[in-house]
Ligand binder design. Structure first.
Ligand SMILES: Cc1ncc(C[n+]2csc(CCOP(=O)(O)OP(=O)(O)O)c2C)c(N)n1
Length: 327
């Protein structure tokens, strides 16, 4: 199989600044959630994606509204990028009546079909055969929409992962598999769960390309995704993109992550996707002090407003628990 060619791309200064805004707001959303958990305001488990933002931004930036994403517990930012209002997303985490599911789920299983967001279950890997099914629908309908399905390296050890990739390869489905390899599945380091270095190698066994890239480089993620989207839209089938990254916080807010060293965390923090991109933007004269202040003010305003909205929203009425159901 010939290796995937590097996709050429050009982003305008406005687009680069928009990417920057998304990196910042996704980080700020998770940071604020962390504080709100400690204040007892959040009625959901919080699985922080801090440190992994470049993956969400790089993969969602080139998507159309009609494309579908299948996000997991650490991918709240993808909801925002696909068009969910930050206020609604925050209300969702507070399980308020103004949230996506009006307080019906544990906050991480909602979807929005009009925005192309599939609500996943807790079973790791189980979103992937469903994602393949969605992609099959696009193929059968002869539309050039694509499905982007996220999973961790831990989930890539489940049977569902292998069945989904096999089916996608056989059917040449328009799907991009995004592995967020943050080095740990809960407390299990990658070397204790996989006998190979790269999850990307697994794609080859199912007849399509896999690439392992720097998941902390938003432009590298964007470039790889752009190529994969183009191939998928052209009917050339799936791609697996493994984004190497690291989660800065524990598996969830209750996990102090004693199973890893401070040195390891420090090494990965030095590869923080945001300062790296900031350096690039400054070197290209896209970002100056004033633009940075503007973005930071916009982010802070949006997050403050989201929290206020969520706090002031009503709880769901008990009798509403049986509405919006179908049999
Ligand atoms: C099939 C299944 N097994 C175990 C779990 C419990 N569990 C929830 S998250 C998690 C770790 C997931 O690791 P990974 O897939 O690498 O994603 P990450 O949380 O690192 O983003 C585990 C074991 C689950 N939800 N589903």
């Amino acid at each position: 199989m010939p290796p995937i060619k590097r996709t050429k791309f050009k982003l305008s200064p406005e687009q680069l600044l928009e990417m920057f805004y998304w990196l910042k707001i996704i980080r700020a959303f998770d940071e604020r959630l962390s504080v709100l958990v400690k204040q007892g305001k959040v009625r959901s488990g919080v699985y922080s994606g801090i440190g992994q933002e470049a993956i969400i931004v790089g993969t969602c930036f080139g998507l159309r509204k009609e494309d579908y994403i299948c996000p997991l517990h650490r991918d709240l930012g993808s909801f925002l990028m696909k068009g969910v209002d930050a206020r609604v997303m925050m209300a969702q985490m507070f399980a308020k009546s103004t949230g996506l599911s009006k307080g019906r789920d544990s906050a991480l299983h909602s979807g929005v079909s009009e925005l192309g967001i599939f609500g996943n279950t807790s079973m790791l890997g189980a979103n992937l055969p469903v994602a393949a099914g969605l992609a099959l629908t696009f193929k059968m309908d002869k539309v050039d929409n694509v499905v982007v399905a996220y999973f961790g390296e831990g989930a890539s050890n489940t049977g569902d992962f292998h069945e989904a990739l096999n089916f996608a390869g056989v059917q040449q489905l328009p799907i991009v598999f995004i592995c967020e390899n943050n080095q740990y599945a809960y407390s299990v380091p990658i070397e204790k769960s996989m006998a190979i270095d790269d999850v990307a190698d697994r794609a080859r066994g199912y007849g399509f390309d896999g690439v392992a890239i720097n998941g902390n480089d938003v432009l590298a993620v964007y470039q790889a995704t752009l190529g994969a989207l183009k191939r998928a839209r052209a009917g050339d089938g799936p791609t697996l993109i493994e984004c190497k990254t690291y989660r800065w916080r524990g598996h969830s807010e209750h996990d102090k992550a004693f199973y890893r060293t401070d040195e390891e965390l420090a090494m990965w923090k030095s590869r923080d996707p945001i300062p790296t991109f900031t350096t690039y933007l400054r070197a290209r004269h896209v970002l100056d002090d004033k633009a940075l202040k503007d973005v930071e003010a916009r982010v802070a305003g949006t997050i403050d407003e989201a929290v206020e909205f969520a706090m002031n929203s009503p709880d769901p009425a008990p009798e509403d628990a049986v509405t919006d159901l179908y049999a």
